[in-house]
Design a protein around this ligand. Structure first.
Ligand SMILES: [Zn+2]
Length: 285
């Protein structure tokens, strides 16, 4: 990778380096996946390198955010150009906070799903996030790739493990061969939830996902650990599951955060979006 790795404060500089992909477009790279199968792209955009104005500045890739669609289109163009990807091959998901996972065989939109998997060497799978957890999966042998969007509902529903199950059942992957990366998202440092979330989380996943119990049934929910456990239960080797440790709420210089915008401007929160992308390498000629 010819990227220049940047000297941001980063808890996982090896597994999730922050790098300038070109023209100031900074991305977090899921490095273990990219090095396991050279030519693979597995990245998360940041807010750096785009043209949007405050409060979506600079790189906002989400249209449903109140931002200028012209600026969002230009941001996506810059991101895809920096990564040398063709936006015509994009596959997006409806992101309905469920546990459905779909095998993508053509570009376009898959409405009722939070997970996309593919064997295609040309498709680019995408989920958009601004606090929710992006998860990448790669089977370097088959090869096959997946990307998953997991908010608290999807996390409790086990959508990450469901993606592993779909890769196993429909694509013939062996879970022990898979690598996973859990990307920047709201961390246990900041994700305070009420009893309507903490109680089902405790019942479904156990006390280990409640990082800090608080009075009144509140708690800080650890979505990273909950998704890591979901992947391990589905058969992944714990040593093959990377967690970025970058919190989107804490790290306003790097990431959009829906929760942070809601605190700042409760009446009309206007958070931008990042995108998690995965693409398998082109077949060698
Ligand atoms: Zn935080």
């Amino acid at each position: 990778m010819a990227d220049q790795v940047l000297a941001f404060d980063n808890p996982s500089p090896t597994s999730f380096p922050l790098a300038d992909a070109g023209q100031g477009v900074v991305v977090a790279r899921a490095a273990s996946l990219e090095s396991a199968l050279p030519g693979t792209t597995a990245v998360f955009s940041t807010r750096l390198g785009g043209v949007s104005r405050s409060p979506w500045d600079q790189m906002n890739v989400g249209y449903q955010t109140g931002d200028s669609p012209v600026d969002v289109t230009e941001n996506r163009r810059r991101l895809f150009r920096a990564l040398d990807l063709d936006v015509e091959h994009l596959v997006t998901a409806g992101q309905v906070h469920g546990d459905a996972v779909v095998v993508a065989t053509a570009s376009g939109h898959q409405p009722d799903t939070d997970g996309l998997v593919t064997l295609s060497r040309s498709l680019i799978l995408a989920v958009f996030c601004a606090d929710c957890v992006p998860i990448w999966l790669l089977d370097p042998k088959t090869p096959a790739a997946a990307v998953v969007h997991a908010g608290w509902r999807g996390t409790l529903a086990g959508v990450a493990g469901r993606a592993v199950e779909v890769m196993r059942r429909k694509l013939g992957c062996r879970p022990g061969d898979l690598l996973a990366a859990i990307g920047p998202s709201i961390g246990p440092c900041c994700y305070e939830v009420g009893p309507e979330v903490s109680e089902p989380a405790r019942a479904r996943l156990g006390p280990s996902v409640l990082a800090v119990p608080l009075p009144g049934g509140k708690a800080r929910l650890d979505l990273w650990e909950a998704n890591r456990q979901s992947l391990i239960r589905a058969g992944l080797d714990p040593l093959r599951v990377d967690v970025s440790g970058l919190c989107t709420f804490c790290r306003g210089e790097l990431f959009h955060s829906h929760r942070r915008e809601t605190v700042r401007s409760p009446a009309s929160p206007r958070a931008g979006r990042m995108v998690a992308l995965v693409k398998l390498p082109e077949r060698r000629p």
